[in-house]
Design a protein around this ligand. Sequence first.
Ligand SMILES: [Zn+2]
Length: 146
Amino acid sequence: VKAIRSLTSDALRTRIMRNNRASGNQSTELRLIELMSEARISGWRRHSMLFGRPDFVFPKARVAVFVDGCFWHGCSCKRTPTANSAFWVQKVLTNRSRDRRVSRILRDRGWQVIRIWEHQLKKNPRRVLLRIARSVGTLLEIDRLA
Ligand SMILES: [Zn+2]
C-alpha cells in the first residue's frame, strides 16, 4: 500500500485501470459462456449491435445480458481507490448512469435486461444461470449444475 501511494497519480491511475481491465470483462464473459454451455443454455449471440452493446443477447427470447465488472460499474464489493478518489467516483457514477439509461431504453423497447455482477458469477454461478434460464425460458436440469 505504501509503495502504491508513492507512485505519481497518473502512474497509479494507469496501473489501476490496467489491473482491472486484465481481470475484467473478457474473462468473465468467457466464464459465462462456459457456464451456459455446461447448463445447455443456448440461443445466445455475442457482439450484438443492439443498443448499449449487451455482452450476450438472446434474440428470440428478447433477453439482453450484461456482465458488469464490479470495479467499473461501482459494485459495493469494491472500494474506490483512495488516491484520486474524485476521479474514480466520477467515472463510476458516469458508468452507472449510462447502465441505468441503457437498461431503461432496452426495456422500453421490449427487452428483458439482466445485469450480472462479476462477483456473482464467481460466488454464485448457479443463481446467475437460473436467472438467465428463467428469462429465456430454458428448463435447467439443476443436477447438471452441481
Ligand atoms: Zn461485486
